[in-house]
Write a protein that binds this ligand. Structure first.
Ligand code: 5RP
Length: 233
């Protein structure tokens, strides 16, 4: 029986288990960041333990996921050693019907996007609450900026229509990414033209990357109360 507080975790696990089935011996497997991606790592770890999976290496996208993967004893590598990745499994914050995404709730979207672009297949795993008719309806677009001049970038992003908030921890200290940059969470509301907005956001020195992942997901596996739904482009 699923207790209400565990529902989302259970749905994430379902999606993760389905995604891990796509991994074949010999593959280089990218792993994103977040509470759903970690479920894929746990699945992988138990398949390793039981000998049901072998001869793969995992390329984690964040320092945190490197630690977790190491603790579980899964063979690891890097993008430097394997610049082309066979298949990456990652989570998302919002998924639209075209399988465009907002990512970056966990702050790792720069590395996640590098990994996605280096991957032959980008498999996104989410629970059903992440599906959205139009990006921006529920989630802000995170924008990674270098600290020098960050307020100028915040002003610029406001001119694009965003309400901008510097991401901070519970003690009001700015959260730094693995690259040592800052994150501006930009609430645009429903985004009518994400491609145009993505181009506008990138058109400024000091802005490193944003959390709009357009045309990057090959497939989205959704953990639903009724089972698992596999969406393909
Ligand atoms: C981290 C991400 C995550 O994939 C995204 O925030 C979803 O997180 P979770 O699986 O914990 O809901 O993009 O940068």
């Amino acid at each position: 029986m699923i207790v209400s507080g565990d529902v989302n975790r259970e749905l994430k696990k379902r999606a993760a288990a389905k995604a891990v089935e796509l991994i074949k011996p010999g593959m280089v497997v990218g792993i994103g960041h977040g509470s759903t991606a970690i479920e894929a790592v746990y699945c992988l770890a138990s398949l390793f333990e039981t000998g049901k999976i072998r001869d793969i290496v995992v390329v984690p996208c964040s320092n945190h996921m490197v630690e977790e993967t190491r603790k579980l004893g899964i063979p690891m590598s890097t993008l430097e050693e394997h610049p082309v990745v066979d298949l990456t499994i990652d989570g998302a914050d919002e998924v639209d019907p075209q399988l465009n995404l907002i990512k970056g709730g966990g702050g790792a979207f720069l590395h996640e996007k590098i990994l996605a672009e280096a991957s032959r297949r980008e498999i996104i795993i989410v629970d059903e609450t992440k599906l959205s008719p139009i990006l921006g309806t529920r989630w802000a677009v995170p924008v990674e900026v270098i600290s020098f001049g960050w307020r100028s970038q915040a002003e610029y992003l406001q001119t694009l229509g965003a309400t901008v908030k510097l991401r901070q921890d519970s003690s009001c200290n700015p959260i730094k990414t693995d690259q040592g940059n800052l994150i501006l969470d930009c609430r645009f509301g429903p985004i009518a033209d994400p491609v145009r907005l993505a181009g506008q956001i990138k058109g400024r020195a000091g802005i490193v990357e944003h959390g709009l992942f357009l045309g990057l997901a090959s497939e989205v596996i959704v953990g639903c109360r009724s089972g698992v739904c596999h969406l393909k482009r």
